[in-house]
Every structure is written in C-alpha cells, then in structure tokens.
Write a new protein. Structure first.
Ligand SMILES: [Fe+2]
Length: 337
C-alpha cells in the first residue's frame, strides 16, 4: 500500500450538527452516556472507518518502521499499567525546551482572569494560542509527536493515535487558580470525579510545568481497575445517572487511600487513560497550577463533537515523518494502492 498523505475522505457524515449537539448536550443527558457513546461510535464509523482501519493496520504491521523514521528513542520504554504511568526521569525529548518556554508563557499570560464571573470552569484557563504558539514554540508539538511519547500510547490504544481535534483540545496550557473560581471551597464540575466519554480510549499526557503539591489542586485519579469497579457498582454512565460523582458516592464503594494525586517536580509526566480512570483536577488551587495537557484519540470517536465543532488544525510540513503527520492530521487517509 502506498503511503502518500494528501488524500482526504469526502464528507459522509450521517448526523446533522443540530442533532449531534442535542445528543451531546449536558454530558449526553438525553440518551445517557453509555448509549450515546455506542450510537456515536456506530455513526462515526461511517465517516472514519478507513482512517481507523489504516491506523490499526499501520500499528500492527509497520510500527517499528514508522518509529524509526520519526526519531530514535531516548529513554527506556514506558508502559501504562492499570491505565496509567508516571515518568519522572526528566529526560524525555524536548522536555527541557518545553520547561524553558513555559516560564516565558507563564510570565506573559498567568494571573489574569480572562472570563466574567459565572463563566463555565472559571477556575481553569487555557492560555495556549492555537494559531501562533505551535509556530513560536514548536517544541510542544515536537514533544507531543516524539517516539518516546507516542510508543506507549500506540501500544495502549492499539493504533496510531491522533491529537484530538475537538474534545478535549489536543493541546492545552492551563492555569488552575482558586482566585478565578466563583466557589473555591465547594467542588463543582471537573473538580468532581468523572470518566471522560470522548473516545475509547482517550489518553492524556500531562506535564507539570511548575512544582506541584496538594495546594495546587493536582490532577487526582483512581487506577483503572478500581475505577471500573466503582463505575459498575454505581451504575455510572447509565441513563439518568449524572456525569459528576461526589467523593461520598465514589468512596462508598472504593478506598480513599487508592486515590493518586499527580504531584511532583516540574517536568514530571503522567500518561493516563482518562476514559478508563475516574479523575478530577483543579480542586481548590490555592497555589496556581500550571500544566500541559495533551489529548490523544483514535480515528473513531465515541461522541458527536465532530458534528458541530470545527476541527482544530495543527501545522504539518511536507518533510515531517508519516507518524508525525498521522498524529497531527486525524483525517489523513492512505493513498491509492
Ligand atoms: Fe476529564
């Protein structure tokens, strides 16, 4: 099969935007999360089956070749265990460049509330500039597409992943700050436990951009096996069940001691399946928390966001490796046989 990269699928979208938006509304409230996900996956297969199949085939048959062309490995292989892995070696490629650039971005953009009181998730601000930052700070996408970062994700999802183009944003540079929060002492929204429904699996790579302690409102999660037990016991994702769970609900069937807080030195990296592990973050960030969030999905999502959201576009150059192009261009298709 030829690996030319300039072919795209004509639109075969079976769900109109208004219906997609309606089914997506308020965390898939109308049909319930699990049933909406099943329906979305079936509908998205109509449009994305060729990409999905190609990405799975490339993973099975040509992963080594793709990785070699993309760049050498620089650290020992990372493996997600029970839905997560932490790398605190401080030696992942381009990490030093990211940390240096982050200080410039933080100095320039942090500490300023951008939203009006009452704004959705006011405590959580993404200061990434999608138009100019990938060009001004190419190290972020260099990191996101490096072989060391991609290999564990490829093995976890069983295909060549793509940086998410709708939900969650594929790349975010976030400041969490209780000073921006309308109700800092009462957890709400993403400060409560939940499991993401965008894609199965959805994998995050989170990078601490400053030293992070409990006072910074760390990303907090339960390992996958415990999360799935809680999900089953509580009937979570079923129709008429809310998306967010209180601590009391979660710990009625789980042990609080099993919760893991993503704290540590700047440059520490967490790989996690957010579609499998219960998690929350940015809860009472008395100290501002700065975190890079990279979101990876397969080609066929389990939500309807693509029906009503314009896809994010990441810059690609002709000389980029095929692996990098696949990660940055979700709709890429194989060329003619
Ligand atoms: Fe989430």
């Amino acid at each position: 099969m030829s690996l030319t990269t300039d072919h795209y699928l004509p639109s075969l979208r079976p769900v109109p935007p208004d219906l997609g938006r309606k089914l997506h509304h308020n965390h898939m409230e109308q049909l319930g999360i699990a049933d909406t996900m099943r329906l979305a996956y079936a509908c998205n297969q109509v449009e994305n089956c060729a990409q999905d199949e190609w990405r799975r085939q490339l993973y099975q048959d040509q992963l080594q070749e793709l990785m070699t062309a993309n760049g050498q490995f620089t650290v020992p292989a990372i493996h997600l265990n029970d839905g997560w892995a932490i790398d605190d070696s401080m030696s992942l490629p381009h990490l030093d460049r990211i940390l240096a650039s982050s200080e410039k971005i933080i100095a320039e953009r942090s500490g300023q509330r951008k939203s009006e009181p009452g704004t959705y998730r006011s405590y959580f601000q993404d200061v990434w500039k999608p138009g100019s930052d990938p060009l001004d700070y190419p190290e972020f996408l260099d990191f996101a597409t490096s072989s060391d970062i991609l290999a564990p994700i490829c093995h976890y999802v069983g295909c060549i992943p793509a940086l998410s183009t709708t939900l969650p944003s594929g790349i975010r540079f976030v400041e969490s700050n209780a000073a921006f929060d309308d109700q800092p002492d009462r957890p709400h929204d993403s400060q409560l436990y939940h499991i993401d429904y965008y894609s199965l699996p959805n994998v995050y790579v989170l990078v601490l951009l400053r030293d992070t302690t409990r006072e910074h409102g760390p990303w907090t999660f339960l390992p996958r096996s415990i999360s799935q037990h809680v999900k089953e016991q509580l009937g979570y994702w079923k129709h008429a069940r809310g998306y967010r769970l209180s601590d009391e609900e979660v710990f009625s069937v789980a042990n609080p001691a099993d919760a893991i807080e993503f704290t540590g030195k700047r440059g520490t990296v967490l790989f996690i399946e957010s579609s499998g592990c219960l998690h929350f973050g940015s809860r009472n960030s008395i100290q501002p928390r700065f975190q890079l969030m990279l979101g990876y999905t397969g080609a066929c999502r389990t939500d309807f966001s693509e029906t009503f959201m314009p896809p994010k576009v990441y810059p690609v150059q002709e000389h980029d490796s095929l692996l990098r192009k696949l990660v940055l261009q979700k709709s890429l298709l194989p060329g003619p046989v």
